[in-house]
Design a protein around this ligand. Sequence first.
Ligand code: SAH
Ligand code: SF4
Length: 351
Amino acid sequence: MSTAVATSLYGPDRDELSGLLEGEPRYRLDQVWTGLYEQLAAPGEITNVPKALRERLADALPTALREVTRQVNDGGDTVKYLWELHDASRIETVLMLYPDRVTVCVSSQAGCAMGCGFCATGQAGFTRHLTVGEIVEQVVVAGRQAREMGRRLANVVFMGMGEPMANEPTVWAAIERLHGALGLSARHLTISTVGLVPGIRKLATRPLPVNLAVSLHAANDELRNDLVPINKRYPLDALMEACTEYLDAKGRRLSFEWALIAGVNDRDSDARELTALCRRFRLPAHVNLIPLNPTPGYPTVGSSRQRVADFRDLLDSLGVNATVRRNRGTDIAAACGQLAAGQPVATPRRR
Ligand code: SAH
Ligand code: SF4
């Protein structure tokens, strides 16, 4: 067995693993692959391969994630993992159990360079891109945990730390693995992006029709420049064009994320602007409304429950389909935008 590939357990694809198993009988590859991806077994537990080989595999392909903490919330239905990677960077993964489905929210980068002020990951800044193995292993570990709880993990959302479209080739390789090896359906894989136009364009050329969620938060450039600084590079018109391209290529529903911030983007005029934008580009989008979750570095608060309901009703009456996303994990800072992996974030400004 060659040890030339410096990687982690879930890094190599089937061909690369085959290279690592050189000199072993052909069927070993199937045994190891099935063990890793169907049984979700750690190498030491793939008992139908000889112990010596298991040990060599464990040496050549160490796990990428070392558990630092595991926190549970919502009566056991939300589990947040804090992981340390080989270079001491830290990332988080959130597993969410619902009555009808199990979803894992994975990180695609350690930190994020996009600098959205209301997001704890953005406040902490960028460390590095994750590797395929680091992304896939988050899903495998969550799948194992779900199985222990008598459930099956079927949904993956790239809504953890980082901007997936800034790390598109790696995210795509991870998607292929989740689809091909773990057997997850493309309909159940969702990439959330802040709106990196080249990434969305590239994604439109990829073969699997994964869901795309675009974090919009504002429907005019002035406000969006303020909330999502990358909008200055890829303004709304360019973003909407790229969304149209994606929709045309995939025929899948697009969704817009809208974190409702009190007095900032929750006014009637914001709902009207959003409606106008969807009409102008003929985008049959679905809007996910998320009341802004508190983060240490952002002084403004989320909209009240009543305002969230009114904003949704107004969108509905204007013909825009909108739902309010149920909040998960707020007690353990596991909700949207709260993932900072324990890193310091900017000091809160005074209100
Ligand atoms: N970088 C990607 C994916 C990770 S963020 C993106 O921005 O889409 C996942 C979602 O959480 C995004 O829709 C983001 O806008 C939202 N979010 C960030 N901070 C938030 C906060 N404080 N409250 C609610 N949602 C937040
Ligand atoms: Fe990055 Fe998304 Fe947070 Fe913006 S909202 S800083 S893009 S993780």
